[in-house]
Structure formats: structure tokens, C-alpha cells
Design a protein around this ligand. Structure first.
Ligand SMILES: *Cc1c(COP(=O)(O)O)cnc(C)c1O
Length: 241
């Protein structure tokens, strides 16, 4: 196959996948009394070539996510980002905070008070406020980053006082579950936490975004209250590292 036809085929796959996912988003949203417009649909673009990311943008994607600072910064100049938001979704090291603050629209992966403070500090230095989500380790897994559920409220209260930071909601990656009922339990737990913290109306905290749901579970996540999904391989195919 020539390179051109290979890319053409990939473009068509992306179009087809986006259409399929959008239909499923609409169905899941309707089942939870909402519409497709209520769900923010992120294309996770890690390891994906800029040419395919730009194609997804041409097909209407308005939010992209990368999990690594260097990869985001490297790709950014080659992307058609007019009207497209870009979020960091992976663990951020303190020594890289200065590089990414101001380069993305949101950091979804604040997983410690320390990194939250560093993002705040770097934001103040640049004269901006950075929107962030608080990452919750909802399954209490050792292999994952994020705040333990019982520490979330107190940590949010602490971070709400940090200048240069605006907390917009919660983010999570649930454990791999064999049964859907088990998965939904994790989703429901964090949804309840999200509603509960939102009802406290803390200064400088707006609980508007609940970021959960990936390629394998976004429909369940939406039905459980997610309003922001992060989908990678279902759009672009399996990742090749
Ligand atoms: C890679 C990644 C995703 C997307 O995963 P898929 O299963 O490919 O949809 C979502 N969220 C985070 C934080 C990721 O790192």
C-alpha cells in the first residue's frame, strides 16, 4: 500500500469512529436526562501523529488531551488549534510545571497538594490563573496517582486558597473491573463526591467538570454522571509506543 492510501484509510477510520462515538454519547446522555451537548468529548492524542490529530479537529473535535509535557509542547506548533482547547491529563512533575503552565487550557491531573502549589506559583509568575481538576484515586490503587477519596475534600479546601489556581472539578481513572456493576460503583462514588463538594460552595472552587470515561467505559461513565470523557484508542486505534 502506498503511504498516501494508508493515511487515507486512517482518515476514514477516524471519521467513522468519531461518528460512532458521538452516537453513543448521545444515547448515554439521553439515558441520564441530558443531551450530547452536555458532554465534553476529548480526543486523547498521546502517541498520535499530528496529521491524524488535525484530521480529528477537522471532523469537529474541540478538545484534545496529552499526558506528557514534552509531547504536548512538541506537537503544539503543528496542530490547527484555532478554537480547540488542550488539556494535560497525565502526572505532572514539579520541575516541569513551569514549562506547561500557560501552554494548556487546563491541567486535569493535580494529584498532590505539592503539585497544586507549584502550578499556582508558576501561574502567578506568569500573571495567569490555571484551571485544574483534582485527580481522585477512586479505587485506592497503589499503581495509580491521585488523592485517596478520604483526602479529597480537605485537599481541595487547602488548594482553594492557593493563588493562581482555579479548581473546576474532579478527574478519575477507575480500576479495571470485570463486572459493569463494580465499575458503576466507582463512578457513582466519585459522582456523589462531586455533587457533595459542589454543594459546599467553597470560595474559588466550582465543581462543574467531572472527567471520567475512556474508550472502554465512556458510555457507563456518562450514564453515571460524567460530563467530560477522554477517549483515545477508540478514535485513533491502538497506540504504538
Ligand atoms: C490514555 C489516556 C486516556 C485514553 O485512553 P483510551 O483507553 O485510549 O481511551 C484517558 N485518560 C488518560 C488520563 C489517559 O492517559
Amino acid at each position: 500500500m502506498t503511504e498516501k492510501s494508508w493515511a487515507e484509510e486512517e482518515f476514514q477510520d477516524i471519521e467513522y469512529n468519531l461518528k460512532t462515538i458521538r452516537e453513543e454519547i448521545a444515547r448515554a446522555a439521553a439515558l441520564s436526562g441530558r443531551s450530547e451537548q452536555d458532554i465534553d468529548f476529548m480526543a486523547v492524542t498521546k502517541t498520535v501523529d499530528e496529521m491524524f490529530i488535525n484530521h480529528a479537529i477537522a471532523c469537529g473535535i474541540t478538545l484534545i488531551g496529552e499526558n506528557k509535557v514534552q509531547e504536548m509542547l512538541r506537537k503544539k506548533p503543528n496542530l490547527h488549534l484555532n478554537g480547540v482547547r488542550k488539556n494535560l491529563i497525565g502526572h505532572l512533575q514539579s520541575n516541569k510545571a513551569g514549562q506547561i503552565v500557560g501552554e494548556v487550557d487546563m491541567i486535569e491531573s493535580v494529584d498532590s497538594v505539592k503539585i497544586g502549589r507549584e502550578i499556582g506559583k508558576q501561574s502567578v509568575k506568569k500573571g495567569i490563573v490555571t484551571d485544574v481538576l483534582i485527580e481522585v484515586n477512586i479505587g485506592r490503587e497503589e499503581s495509580k496517582t491521585g488523592f485517596m477519596p478520604e483526602a479529597v475534600e480537605e485537599s481541595i479546601a487547602e488548594l482553594s486558597e492557593v493563588a493562581g489556581l482555579h479548581i473546576c472539578g474532579l478527574m478519575t481513572i477507575p480500576p479495571i473491573c470485570e463486572k459493569n456493576t463494580e465499575l458503576c460503583k466507582f463512578f457513582t462514588n466519585i459522582y456523589n463526591m462531586y455533587v457533595d463538594i459542589g454543594s459546599k460552595k467553597l470560595d474559588n472552587v466550582s465543581m462543574n467538570i467531572l472527567s471520567m470515561g475512556m474508550s472502554g467505559d465512556y458510555a457507563e461513565a456518562i450514564r453515571s454522571g460524567s460530563n467530560h470523557i477522554r477517549v483515545g484508542s477508540k478514535i485513533f486505534g491502538p497506540r504504538i509506543y
